[in-house]
Design a protein around this ligand. Structure first.
Ligand code: AHG
Ligand code: MN
Ligand code: MN
Length: 349
């Protein structure tokens, strides 16, 4: 049946009405990334991203089943990661799913995971040409109360195809070739950039596919929401305290505070609605909390590609050259005008 044979009623055609879906622009993550594969290089990257998409679907399933799985997926694992943080069972499951998927993709030489102290060489990728850094499960403290959580990833090119070079995992953020995150929220979204625009997909569980729903996402130039853990305010320096005080006193329109405590969820809202997300330096944690390589870099890369900004308070996040795979960085990201204003307050002291 051709499209012409389906007369349009309102904005849908008869088939769309019958199925109760809009199929006119149906594009899955699979077709989207295959269409971006212009040469041998990008086809390797497409395969890598396909494998990440599958891992995210697998984790989304685990998240949905978590409360029904008789404690097999929920709760603490009884172990700690390299940062001394308690690991949850889902942290470990998500790490296994991500790392096995990347290894089997055959396109990755080395990986960095929040959950593993050392670099992870990819045993089954003798010809891999990419490096993948990831936070398999972001927002661990929200796992057991059904609040939104996510996964974050960033991809670099390896210096030499099939060669495990530890230095490849310490490239500046601006040298990433792709980055993305999955949000396991009221819907499951996958947000992705392969260096151009930022695209958002929504998981259609009846199809088992990520469907393109948010083409060419642009973060508003300024916004009315700020997002920061105010429980740490006693440790803030004067610049940070003055900025938050200033924001609270803006009248027209008044600003709102929103803080979920899962970076993926807080940044996703910031990307769509505008405003800022901050995890600043303070007297307790000079470098903030969030990890440069697999939390700050991918989110900063996405934010910039969507027209926003990401700063450590003084300098662009993506200009940092990391010296350790698990190092941390303060971060302020979101609408470009609002991030500039934060920088002004932080550098005026
Ligand atoms: P993770 O679960 O991967 O360790 O990350 C948690 C992070 C991040 O998601 C969030 O923005 C931040 O921790 C929240 O920290 P606070 O509870 O200190 O506000
Ligand atoms: Mn995290
Ligand atoms: Mn994590």
């Amino acid at each position: 049946m051709t499209r012409e044979m389906l007369p349009k009623t309102s904005s849908r055609n008869q088939l769309e009405d019958a199925l109760d879906v809009d199929v006119e622009d149906l594009q899955t993550l699979g077709t989207f990334i295959i269409n971006t594969a212009k040469d041998e290089d990008t086809s390797d990257l497409s395969i890598l991203i396909q494998s990440i998409g599958t891992s995210c679907k697998y984790i989304a399933n685990c998240v949905r089943k978590l409360g029904l799985a008789n404690g097999k997926l929920g709760g603490k694992a009884g172990t700690e990661n390299v940062q001394g943080e308690e690991q949850m069972k889902l942290d470990l499951v998500a790490h296994e799913v991500f790392s096995r998927g990347l290894d089997r993709s055959g396109r990755c030489t080395v990986m960095v995971s929040e959950e593993v102290e050392e670099l992870i060489p990819c045993a089954s990728s003798p010809h891999g040409r990419y490096v993948c850094v990831f936070d398999p499960l972001d927002g661990s403290s929200n796992i057991d109360c059904s609040v939104s959580i996510g996964s974050i990833f960033g991809i670099y090119k390896a210096t030499e195809r099939g060669v495990f070079n530890p230095k490849d995992a310490l490239q500046p953020g601006k040298d990433m070739v792709a980055a993305g995150y999955a949000l396991y929220g009221s819907a499951c979204n996958l947000v992705l950039t392969i260096g151009g625009c930022v695209y958002g997909f929504t998981l259609d569980s009846s199809l088992g596919e990520f469907v393109l729903t948010h083409p060419k996402i642009r973060v508003p130039p300024s916004g009315n929401i700020y997002s920061i853990n105010e429980g740490n305010s006693k440790f803030w320096d004067a610049g940070m305290a003055n900025y938050v005080n200033h924001v609270k006193n803006i009248q027209d329109p008044p600003r709102s505070l929103r803080y979920i405590g899962s970076m993926v969820a807080d940044v996703h809202r910031t990307l769509l609605y505008g405003g800022t997300f901050s995890y600043p330096s303070d007297s307790k944690s000079k470098d903030g909390k969030l990890r440069t390589l697999y939390e700050c870099f991918p989110m900063a890369y996405i934010m910039e590609k969507a027209g926003g900004a990401a700063s450590d308070g003084k300098n662009r996040i993506l200009d940092i050259t990391p010296h350790h795979i698990h190092q941390r960085s303060p971060i302020h990201m979101g609408s470009a005008e609002d991030v500039k204003e934060i920088e002004r307050f932080l550098t005026e002291q």
